[in-house]
Write a protein that binds this ligand. Structure first.
Ligand SMILES: *[C@@H]1O[C@H](CO)[C@@H](O)[C@H](O)[C@H]1NC(C)=O
Ligand SMILES: *[C@@H]1O[C@H](CO)[C@@H](O)[C@H](O)[C@H]1NC(C)=O
Length: 186
């Protein structure tokens, strides 16, 4: 239930697209295997953004070193049930992008534009995939539990959340690769 509110606007967009675009085209447009191999310029832009963030926003508290995405199980443990994996990465990306969208200096605003555009595109693709392949999927118990914890962490927002999400952004991108590799990620 935690994830259901997430997809509304995309579902609406999908519905109106579906009216004009043949089903095959739509399917192809959210083909996730394109994320198997990171695109060099996108990775570079994310790296640059993360370094800039670290340089301009030093940790305010020593206890901010925690990892908001920490789990004691790997994404591959969600077996090859793609919907669970897709849902997990969608939630991670949702948090990451909302942290990236927080008010920023003009110079960080500039640096974050490309990563934000990329991560938004990925989220759209994941949502499109869910809508096409698994519209009524319910997360497994393991995933539900983790999504709940993430939501609680978000609601008890503190300044560490932003630092944690941005500093660990490559873990999310690794999870995305796992989704893209399907059975081959185990
Ligand atoms: C991200 O999650 C929040 C709630 O946690 C939700 O309101 C929002 O619509 C989500 N955004 C996207 C792009 O899925
Ligand atoms: C951030 O940059 C974008 C594009 O360069 C611009 O449209 C937007 O107004 C800027 N936002 C802020 C808060 O400076």
């Amino acid at each position: 239930a935690v994830c259901l509110g997430v997809s509304r606007s995309f579902q609406l967009a999908h519905t109106s697209l579906g009216a004009v675009i043949p089903h095959n085209t739509l399917k192809k447009s959210c083909y996730l295997s394109k994320y198997r191999f990171p695109v060099f310029h996108e990775t570079k832009a994310v790296l640059r953004m993360r370094e800039k963030f670290k340089a301009t926003k030093p940790l305010e508290h020593r206890d901010c070193t925690g990892n908001i995405f920490h789990r004691d199980w790997a994404i591959a443990k969600l077996s090859v049930r793609m919907p669970d994996r897709v849902m997990l990465v969608k939630a991670e990306l949702n948090l990451t992008t909302s942290m990236l969208e927080l008010p920023a200096t003009p110079s960080f605003n500039k640096t974050r534009q490309q990563p934000l555009a990329f991560l938004t595109q990925v989220q759209n693709d994941l949502q499109c995939w869910m809508d096409t392949e698994a519209p009524s999927h319910k997360p497994s118990e393991k995933l539900s539990c983790w999504l709940n914890n993430l939501q609680i962490a978000r609601e008890t927002t503190n300044s560490c959340l932003e630092a944690s999400a941005i500093r660990h952004i490559f873990e999310v991108l690794n999870d995305l690769r796992c989704v893209a590799f399907e059975e081959q990620c185990s």
